[in-house]
Design a binder for this molecule. Structure first.
Ligand SMILES: *Cc1c(COP(=O)(O)O)cnc(C)c1O
Length: 299
């Protein structure tokens, strides 16, 4: 896996490897540019059973070539689990067309489900009856309400269910997905690219002179829908001042970056303009310097 992947992904794989006595290989990757496919290529050999990668990096937005990675892994007999959390709803993802077998993701980023909304998984149809959910719960059971003595999962995708779904979150995800469907991924992506270009241009004009540095691949075609800026050493203080004084809410991500989430369905071009102008003003005025350096529980 990518040594810079999202923490849960790394910890889950680490836990599984430890339980099963398997060896975990962490590929060093560029914080701004994402995983280099040559690093992946040289790590792949007949011993590799599983590759776990995020299609869009949470820390830089770098977008991988899904089909190419699948081809590389399949050539040595390895399977790939894709985390598409930062891609779903922002970037068209053709899982079947790119030869993907397995994918997981959350619905609370560009799919607008809100925190705690349901996760999803994709298992290519021919693999569904061959792979098992490691957590054996009654929702995956054949004849669920017969309450049988032993776990005997249904053959299809429902075998990956565990227990009663969160109904309020499920109800909220329906209209959220309906909006995405109505707009269509092609149009969402097209607007996302234009938002990204505007953010890049304004950052170059207003923020680079103040000590910022682009921390995502360019042009926007090479990334998901966010724009990431690095500002050493003050990014966390600036992030706090932006939220408190300028009503601009970014994410701070270690070690030195601000993540600007450009959500094409709801973010307007004027929002990008205003947010970056306020960022410029907050930094130029310097009041952020009195904010605490210690990280909050959530950044
Ligand atoms: C947000 C995110 C998740 C989901 O995190 P949870 O809080 O565990 O739901 C998973 N992977 C990536 C890459 C993410 O960015």
């Amino acid at each position: 896996m990518d040594a810079e992947d999202f923490p849960t992904n790394r910890y889950i794989v680490q836990g599984l490897a430890e339980q099963r006595g398997l060896r975990l290989v962490r590929l060093p990757s560029e914080l701004d540019g994402g995983l280099d496919l040559d690093a992946l290529r040289s790590a792949l050999n007949g011993d590799v059973v599983l590759v776990v990668l995020s299609l869009v990096s949470y820390r830089s937005g770098a977008l991988l070539d899904m089909a190419q990675v699948n081809d590389l892994a399949h050539a040595v007999g390895a399977r790939v689990v894709w985390d598409v959390s930062h891609a779903a709803g922002a970037v068209p993802v053709d899982l079947a067309g790119a030869g993907a077998e397995l994918a997981v993701g959350c619905t609370y980023k560009y799919l607008n489900g809100g925190p705690g909304s349901p996760a999803f998984l994709y298992v290519r149809r021919d693999l569904q009856s061959r792979l098992r959910q490691p957590v054996w719960g009654w929702y995956g059971q054949r004849g669920q309400f017969e309450m049988g003595p032993d776990y005997d999962p249904v053959p299809g995708i429902e075998r990956f269910l565990v227990s009663t779904p969160p109904l309020v979150s499920l109800a909220a995800i329906d209209p959220a997905l309906a909006l995405v469907e109505e707009a269509g991924l092609a149009r969402i992506r097209a607007k996302g690219l234009r938002l990204g270009r505007l953010a890049d241009d304004l950052a170059d004009a207003w923020l680079t002179p103040l000590g910022f540095r682009p921390a995502s691949p360019r042009p926007p075609e090479r990334r998901g829908s966010g724009s990431h800026l690095s500002c050493t050493p003050d990014a966390w203080r600036i992030c706090q001042a932006l939220a408190a004084d300028a009503k601009v809410v970014c994410d701070y991500r270690v070690p030195d970056r601000l993540r600007i989430g450009l959500s094409p369905l709801v973010t307007r071009f004027t929002d990008v303009w205003d947010a970056l102008a306020r960022m410029r003003d907050v930094v130029a005025e310097g009041a952020y310097a009195s904010r605490p350096a210690g990280l909050a529980r959530v950044t």
